[in-house]
Design a protein around this ligand. Structure first.
Ligand SMILES: NC(=O)c1ccc[n+]([C@@H]2O[C@H](COP(=O)([O-])OP(=O)(O)OC[C@H]3O[C@@H](n4cnc5c(N)ncnc54)[C@H](O)[C@@H]3O)[C@@H](O)[C@H]2O)c1
Ligand SMILES: O=P(O)(O)OC[C@H](O)CO
Length: 335
């Protein structure tokens, strides 16, 4: 058993992949699940057959329902989907040890409050050290040990660097950033843009259209990140451009494939009811519309995704409205 202990809250694909990575980084990885049957199966069959089938779980990884045991760790990765994080933290708060860092791994904006996950953590756990782990990383590839790089953001530079050393390996390379807000906004918005990119593919609008969409989407993401206190450079990094490249093209992406299916004519409700796994961009599309309005930021692509994904807007007319917006000066329209 290792002396280093990493707690992981959430038994989905990403929580499981991060737990495997934690073992690779030399830690004892303890996962906290809600589903007792799944936890028992994971410990016995050494596979997460619901969320990451076909991947062997290493010795050193265990799953349980025992919050105090999982939280007795050097730091805890929070991998509950964004819309469920607050409720999950309410049950964890009584067991959280003072000073144990919380590392946010979910990518989204809370629908009912418009809050980023850092705010949710602070409201529910109080004054704990907080970091954010984000960037272009499909769970299956990380679980298989394929190379990846990502961003670990933390306002406390010393702690951030320490976390990088504790979770990083040669195939999982976190780059430190102090821009927590920029990294969070990037990770949340790329999911919405990935849906839009999937729609472009599903409707066979062409590669030119996808390049235009991703680039103008990056401008929207940058505007919101800066308005909320993030830094422009962050959007050009792994959590911004890097994750946009991955999620707006990669067929392993739930958000992208949701968009493709929408573009091919399926309804949002049918697509969502056919999947067990989370499609964060659908929820964040709703949150971001309200947040953008609050900050006076123009986000036409994200608004269009919200309309088609959450409000039954017809695709063809929604796309026509985007294409018929007034021509603009590119640099002025960037920021
Ligand atoms: N899968 C990836 O490749 C990946 C990579 C990076 C970041 N992320 C982010 O990680 C987060 C988790 O994604 P995932 O891929 O592990 O999810 P998943 O779809 O694999 O699993 C869904 C998880 O949500 C949990 N859940 C369902 N209903 C819940 C409820 N009411 N309350 C609490 N938990 C509930 C399930 O138990 C399960 O653990 C998301 O924010 C996602 O954007 C995922
Ligand atoms: O499958 P998605 O669309 O949730 O994307 C997973 C990761 O966020 C990619 O970085």
């Amino acid at each position: 058993m290792s002396e280093k202990r990493i707690g992981i809250v959430g038994g989905g694909a990403w929580g499981t992949a991060l737990a495997i990575q934690a073992v690779r980084a030399g830690a004892d990885a303890r996962m906290l699940l809600r589903d007792g049957d799944l936890a028992a199966r994971m410990n016995e069959t050494r596979e997460n057959d619901l969320y990451l089938p076909g991947i062997a779980l290493p010795a050193g990884l265990s799953a349980s329902l025992n919050a105090p045991d999982v939280l007795a760790a050097d730091f805890v990765l929070l991998v509950t989907p964004a819309q469920f994080l607050r409720d999950s933290l309410k049950t964890l708060a009584p067991h959280w040890q003072p000073g144990i860092p919380a590392v946010i791994c979910a990518k989204g904006i809370e629908k009912k409050t418009g809050a980023l996950m850092e705010t949710v953590v602070r409201e529910e756990l109080g004054d704990v050290p907080v970091a954010v782990l984000s960037g272009p990383t499909f769970a299956q590839e990380v679980a298989n040990g394929l190379p990846a790089a990502l961003t670990l953001a933390c306002r406390d530079r010393e702690l951030g660097k320490k976390l990088v050393e504790q979770i990083g390996t040669s195939s999982f390379r976190p780059y430190y950033s102090s821009d927590v807000t920029g990294v969070e906004v990037a990770g949340a918005i790329k999911n919405v843009l990935a849906i839009a990119s999937g729609v472009v593919a599903g409707m066979q609008l062409g590669d030119n259209a996808r390049a235009a969409l991703v680039t103008r989407g990056l401008a929207e993401m940058s505007r919101l990140a800066i308005a909320t206190g993030g830094r422009a450079e962050t959007l050009m990094g792994l959590a911004g451009l890097g994750d946009l490249m991955l999620t707006c093209t990669g067929t392993l992406s739930r958000n992208y494939t949701f968009g493709v299916a929408l573009g091919q004519g399926q309804s949002a409700a049918d697509i969502l009811s056919s999947r067990r796994s989370v499609t964060e961009g659908v929820h964040t599309a709703a949150s971001v519309t309200a947040v953008a309005e609050k900050y006076g930021v123009e986000m036409p692509i994200c608004n269009a995704v919200n309309q088609v994904a959450n409000h039954h807007a017809p695709l063809r007319e929604t796309i026509d409205a985007l294409l018929n917006r007034p021509f603009r000066d590119e640099l002025e329209a960037r920021l």
